[in-house]
Ligand binder design. Sequence first.
Ligand SMILES: [Zn+2]
Length: 285
Amino acid sequence: MKGRFSVRFFKRVITFTVLGIILALLVTVIIQALRIGSLKEGVLNGTAHAYAESQPMDYQKKYPELYVENQFEKLKAETKTVYLTFDDGPSKENTRKILDILEEYEIKATFFMVHNGNKVADEIIQRVIDEGHTIGIHTYSHDYEEVYQSVESYLDDFNKLWSNLKERFGYEAKIFRFPGGSINAYNLAVYDKIIPEMYRRGFLYYDWNASAEDAMDSGASKEQIVKAILREVRRNDRSIVLMHDSSYMGTTVEALPEIIETLKEEGYTFKALDETVKPVSFARL
Ligand SMILES: [Zn+2]
C-alpha cells in the first residue's frame, strides 16, 4: 500500500511541476507579446521618443549627431508595389551591372550597404546616389558577433558607415537593415533595445517578405531565384524583396531582367524604399 501511494504521489508532483512550467511559459509569452505590441503602437504613432526617454540609458548620449528627421505617423503602404533591395554591396563585380539593368528598365531600388572602402566602391556609391536610388545602412563590418554584442557596439559600427556617407558624399541615410534581419540567432539579447534606440534617433529598419534565397551556401541558379521571387511577390499585397549584391551573386544579376519584365507585365510598380514607406518587420517593434 505504502509503495503504491508513493508512486501516485510522485506522479502528481511531476504532473503539477509540468503544468506549472507550462503556465509560467504561457504567462511570459503573453507579457512579452503585450509589451512588444504596445511598443510597436508607440513607435508608429510617434511616441517612440517618450518611450525611450522614460528609460534613459548611457548609450543615448553617444553620437549626438546621429539623428535624422522622421515622420513615423505618415508611413504609407502602397499595394502592387515592389521594392527591390540589394544587401552587402557595393561589389565591384555586380553593382554596376545591377545599376545598368535598373537604368534600362527605368526603375529605382534600394542598396543596403556595408563598408567597402576602395576606389571602385566610392565611384559606385556616387553613381547610386546620382541615379536616384536609396542607400540604407547594413552596418560597416557585417560582423554579427561584433555588432550584436551590445547597443553600444551596434551604434559604434552603424555610426562609422552613416557618418562616412554623410561627410564624404553628403548623403544622409535614414533607413537601415539588420544583418540577418531584425531577429536572428545573434541578436536575441539586444534587438529589443537596439530597435527602440534607433527609432528614437529617427531611423527606420526594413526586413523583407520576399526573398531571392540567393544567400545559401550552395548558391542559387537564375531559375531558382526568378521562381522564388515571383512566387512570393504574387502572394503579397506589396513586397520588399531581399537580394544580394555580393561578388559571388552573379545569378542574382542574371535573374533581374526576367523578374522585372514579368512583374511589370503583371501590373506591378517598382519603387525605391525611403523613410515614408511602411516597413515590413519580423520583430514587430
Ligand atoms: Zn547582409
